[in-house]
Design a protein around this ligand. Structure first.
Ligand code: SAH
Length: 281
């Protein structure tokens, strides 16, 4: 698509250069199996079922929060994303609604609406707004879509998704980031988003299948559990390639018969998909 419209290369090139500066990998020590961020005492099966039912009910009535401060900066950011060629009105509206300044470290708050990735600690980054918007648009979400994100990071992408559908599940492998993102999302009113600390490579089997899956860290190949957990008719957007090398943003579609089709969308630069929490003791 972008070979015919060369101006679309601009953001991809910016993503490449800026992320090249921002990328820093971490790797090591014991992986824990995926589990909710907040440790809780064991619950009876009935209590777990009731809680799930309560959450489903809350989702049905949920209305995304609204934010007033720094609206002019968000509007300017959206105009830029539009100039890059993104025309999806729903996604542009969402990008104008989510307060990115709440998802970046305080010391970087002044740069929150620049169209660049920014460091969020532990060698990780919040993605470039244009890329967040493009990936969100590629998922073609409906208001009842169930979506899985691999790489919660700051929680910004999850908040963007939540404005379109309240059925958002997100996994983060760096525990302090998972905890901070969960707290931030609750504080801002994105309480419907389910955050889990763990290795997103394995997906979220209990919540599967998903209408859409979005990977925000790069892997050498698409993790097979994610393909399995994609619904027939579902869409996955995920960067594939090597760390610090050429990566392609891939669209993976599963048709009604379960056949998988892969398509390269654009060159990108993402932090790597880790298999172990670098902060784990
Ligand atoms: N979507 C984020 C940006 C994420 S950067 C945002 O909106 O802020 C990529 C994230 O993926 C990092 O936080 C990194 O820790 C996380 N990550 C890397 N490997 C992972 C894995 N195997 N499972 C889950 N998260 C992973």
């Amino acid at each position: 698509m972008w070979s015919r419209r060369s101006w679309l290369r601009a953001p991809a090139a910016i993503a490449w250069v800026v992320l090249a500066l921002a990328v820093a990998a971490g790797c090591s020590t014991a992986a824990e199996s995926a589990k909710p961020v907040a440790a809780q005492p064991a619950k009876s099966a009935e209590a777990v079922r009731q809680e799930a039912a309560d959450r489903a009910e809350a989702r049905r009535h949920w209305v995304p929060p609204r934010f007033i401060s720094r609206q002019a900066e968000r509007n300017a950011m959206v105009r830029l994303i539009e100039r890059y060629g993104l025309t999806d009105k729903t996604v542009l509206g969402v990008m104008a609604a989510v307060p990115r300044h709440e998802f970046v470290p305080d010391r970087l708050s002044a740069s929150a609406y620049a169209d660049t990735p920014l460091p969020i600690g532990h060698g990780q980054t919040i993605s470039q707004p244009y890329i967040v918007a493009e990936m969100t648009a590629q998922l073609r979400l409906r208001s009842d879509s169930k979506v899985l994100e691999i790489g919660t990071g700051s929680g910004y992408q999850a908040a963007v998704l939540a404005h379109i559908t309240p059925h958002v599940y997100t996994i983060e492998i760096v525990k302090p980031l998972a905890e901070a993102a969960e707290q931030r999302l609750r504080r801002l009113g994105y309480d419907v988003v389910e955050v889990r600390y763990g290795d997103g490579y394995n997906g979220w089997p209990e919540a599967a299948p998903f209408d859409a899956i979005i990977g925000t860290c790069v892997a050498g190949k698409v993790p097979p559990p994610l393909i399995e957990q994609l619904k027939a008719g579902g869409r996955m957007v995920i960067p594939i390639g090597e760390e610090n090398a050429i990566q392609r943003l891939m669209l993976i579609e599963k048709d009604a018969a379960g056949k998988v089709r892969k398509q390269s969308l654009m060159p990108v630069r993402f932090v790597p998909l880790l298999r172990k929490d670098p902060t784990a003791k």
